[in-house]
Ligand binder design. Structure first.
Ligand code: PEP
Ligand code: MG
Length: 285
């Protein structure tokens, strides 16, 4: 799963290291011994918070959002990193940076993390020294440079909500272009296949999140494209799990192979729906 840390930042006052630690601990305790993947602050885009209400941009999704915001506001970032690292002493914690679009961003985020680890070491504060650090793949550049990024991460998580928006240059919250926001465009399928192959060839675990990961009609296609970890809200789990338990990988791979041969998204959509009706007519789509 994915722990979106943004909701800790909804108030006018920024959360302190102690208050963040307390929140992270609650979740970690609840899920122990299962892992909790905490995503560092994904501020910006459609997520405008009270503490930065005056911060407005012409193109917010292309602006100072997500990891870019954290790297430019290092006080906020460092406080959060310390809280996550400290929380890692209490359970199975992984940490993930959102919207990495260049190798430099990742290296900078990692350097700051090492700096915080050093601070904790110096003060004798415990944390998991082997904490796994991953990145979200949400920008086409991260797919294309995925083999290089793979050298510096423990895992990938594909954020399809953003990835689709950036591949197709369609604002994900603009109703006027909602019809163009299409996860079944052939370009999206190709990007998903590419990143899944890169992860596999570099032996990096990869998960997929965003709306499509929890939509039953996409499940077989995603399995066929090589994804084995799907992150979704609990309301979707029952149906998706049912599908996963009733299919075999060969039929999923054959479906995704045939979809990748198609050109038009309406063709792809039709094939996906027909497959669904054939195999799972009872699951409403
Ligand atoms: C995504 O982009 O798919 C994602 C999981 O992040 P968010 O929806 O929070 O931007
Ligand atoms: Mg996102």
């Amino acid at each position: 799963g994915l722990y979106r840390s943004e909701f800790l930042f909804l108030d006018k006052d920024l959360p302190t290291e102690e208050s963040q630690l307390c929140q992270y601990k609650k979740v970690i305790d609840f899920f122990n011994p299962y892992p909790v993947t905490i995503r560092t602050l994904d501020y910006g885009g459609d997520k405008i918070h009270e503490f930065m209400k005056t911060h407005r941009e012409m193109n917010p999704f292309l602006g100072c959002r997500s990891i870019r915001f954290s790297l430019k506001n290092q006080g906020i970032f460092k406080t959060q990193l310390r809280a996550i690292l400290r929380a890692s002493a209490f359970g199975n914690v992984k940490m993930m940076f959102p919207m990495i679009s260049t190798v430099e961003e990742l290296l900078q985020a990692r350097d700051i993390t090492s700096e915080m680890m050093h601070e904790l070491d110096t003060s004798g504060i415990p944390y998991d020294k082997n904490i796994e650090i991953g990145i979200m793949i949400e920008v086409p550049s991260a797919v294309i440079a995925g083999d290089i990024l793979a050298e510096y991460v423990d895992f990938f998580s594909v954020g399809t909500n953003d990835l689709v928006q950036y591949i197709l240059a369609v604002d994900r919250v603009n109703e006027k272009v909602a019809d163009l926001y299409n996860p079944l465009d052939i370009s999206v399928l190709r990007y998903l296949r590419t990143i899944s192959e890169i992860a596999s060839s570099h032996s990096k675990p990869i998960s997929i999140c965003g709306e499509i990961a929890g939509e039953p009609k996409f499940t077989m296609m995603l399995l066929g494209l090589g994804f084995r970890q799907l992150s979704m809200s609990s309301k979707n789990m029952y149906q998706v799990k049912r599908i996963i338990r009733s299919v075999n990988i060969q039929e999923c791979e054959s479906l995704s192979r045939s979809l990748l041969q198609m050109k038009r998204s309406d063709e792809i959509e039709k094939a996906v729906i027909e497959n669904m009706y054939q195999k799972f007519p009872e699951i409403l789509i």
